[in-house]
Write a protein that binds this ligand. Structure first.
Ligand code: FRU
Length: 509
């Protein structure tokens, strides 16, 4: 007789679960309000999304999956949404890829990753999530790693659990799989039996049978109890020297001291297969903004390491009223620089989204002068070079989403403290606050400061000095025209080069 507790027991028809998800999205999308709906970021047509999943180049297309709750604008039992693109510029909506349908994923098809097998099929590893009591975490979770396979990258056949959780660890999830020297490796984040945040590794010859290898990394802070969404890959510096980058989203019992309680970042070090990871650097967050979490990377066919993050809207309550909630960041290329540090810059493809370009520079603003660059900007990229030697302003920068109600979001250089900030104290709706990236001493000594900002309909993503810092934030403007203005506070601002580019839609309206 079939064991009813077998995690692979079918409990619902998968095709039916997907059809239910699709019609729920269609219902929400029909009522959607578009005041903040992104034009060039990936979002669901309706419902809630979180982590990017299964990032891959498969069968001549980019595939981006994401955690999806199709039935409301809040987090709930997880499905996987899916979009694909041939060029990373124009995206196409694919049907929902996964819905809960086996006992193992009854309460959620949680995060995971994708790889192409030798047979040319797309293999997806994900966490099957159950609440022990079937309702919430109160009595613990049952989390196991599952496998699904697809011929076309769109329709999947679930093969069931491949990595069990015999110790019944409360947190044990987010498998990231890659192949090296003919062996498949999987890393998984967990809360260890002694309640520490750890990443463990497994190996397999056939992707079905996995052998536990050991602990790859244990977080040094005992307050950190879980490392979500681990990722691990080699990066070569320009001199050819290879380092390994270990990435995770750390859940902590106390404030991380880095503004966000749970924070996504990386440690650089060395690794030899079969051994634990040896960190060389301290932990660094990927992004200094309030809305960045759970990133995942993929290796592009041309060798680039590309990453998407989730713009986590956990505290932007007003984003939930419009029929959709949550978007991914832009794709970012991760590179290792000569000095051994990481740069994180918008993927090169994004330059081809540019439509109408305005050249403004050179611009000289007198103390307390404000100058309007655009009266009504749609989705926009801004490139700004600040001449640090000729700028005496205490703070200077660019106001975006500046609306008739007086609201705006301010992307500025704070000369007194050596910061680049995203100041949302005057933003019309949503969360307020002030987030800062601290410039390094050599950046403060440099002749210029380079800012590149992507202003979507409800967000800003700022890259500083070729990707040395990034700041992502939702920015929810009021009704009416959205102006862009330059401002110099109590001193002069010298801008040798200022450019704006209107950006085309990525086609996911
Ligand atoms: C990170 C995360 C993952 C989990 C998923 C569930 O945001 O908590 O650890 O797989 O979201 O939606």
């Amino acid at each position: 007789m079939h064991d009813p507790y077998d995690p692979n027991t079918t409990i619902a028809d998968h095709a039916h679960g997907i059809a239910r998800a699709e019609s729920a999205i269609t219902r929400l999308a029909a009522l959607r309000r578009d005041r903040w709906y992104p034009q060039f970021h990936i979002a669901s047509a309706g419902g809630w999304i979180n982590d990017p999943n299964g990032l891959s180049w498969f069968d001549g297309r980019w595939h981006v999956f994401y955690q999806l709750h199709p039935f409301s604008t809040s987090w709930g039992p997880m499905h996987w949404g899916h979009v694909s693109s041939a060029d990373m510029l124009s995206w196409h909506r694919e049907p929902t890829a996964f819905a809960p349908s086996i006992l193992a994923d009854r309460d959620g098809v949680y995060s995971g990753s994708a790889v192409t097998g030798d047979d040319g099929k797309l293999y997806v590893f994900y966490t099957g999530h159950r609440w022990a009591n079937g309702v919430d975490e109160a009595e613990g979770n049952l989390e196991v790693q599952c496998l699904a396979v697809s011929d076309d990258g769109i329709h999947f056949n679930k093969l069931g659990a491949v990595v069990d959780n015999p110790a019944r660890l409360f947190h044990f999830r987010d498998p990231k799989v890659w192949r090296q020297d003919g062996t498949w490796y999987m890393i998984v984040g967990r809360r260890s039996p002694d309640r520490r945040g750890e990443i463990v590794w497994y190996t397999s010859a056939n992707m079905l049978d996995w052998t536990y290898g050991g602990v790859l990394y244990r977080h040094p802070d005992p307050q950190v109890f879980m490392l979500e969404c681990p990722d691990f890959y080699p990066l070569a510096a320009p001199d050819g020297h290879v380092s390994w980058v270990l990435c995770y989203s750390a859940m902590s019992r106390r404030d991380s001291g880095l503004a966000n309680k749970n924070i996504a970042g990386y440690v650089i070090g060395t690794w030899r297969p079969g051994e634990a990871f040896c960190p060389r650097t301290a932990f660094r967050p990927w992004d200094e903004g309030p809305n960045f979490y759970a990133p995942q990377s993929m290796l592009a066919p041309d060798g680039r390491r590309l990453m998407y993050g989730w713009m986590s809207p956990l505290s932007s309550a007003s984003l939930k009223d419009d029929g959709w909630c949550g978007q991914l960041t832009l794709p970012r290329e991760i590179i290792l620089d000569v000095d051994g540090s990481i740069r994180c810059r918008p993927a090169a493809e994004l330059a081809s989204l540019r439509d109408t370009t305005h050249e403004f520079g050179p611009l000289e603003l007198a103390a307390n002068e404000q100058r309007e660059l655009l009266a009504d900007a749609g989705a926009l990229e801004i490139e700004l070079t600040v001449d640090l030697g000729r700028t005496s302003a205490e703070r200077a920068g660019i106001k975006v989403h500046a609306t008739p109600d007086g609201g705006f979001t301010y992307i500025a250089y704070d000369a007194q403290r050596g910061l680049v900030v995203v100041d949302r104290m005057a933003t019309s709706s949503g969360e307020h606050g002030y987030r800062a990236a601290r410039l390094d001493p050599d950046e403060l000594r440099a002749a210029t400061l380079e800012l590149r900002a992507f202003i979507d309909r409800g967000s800003v993503e700022v890259f500083v000095n070729g990707g040395r810092h990034a700041i992502s934030a939702y920015s929810l403007p009021a009704e009416g025209q959205r102006a862009v203005k330059l401002l110099a506070e109590n001193g002069a601002l010298s801008v040798p080069c200022a450019r704006t580019h209107r950006l085309r839609s990525i086609g996911l309206a």
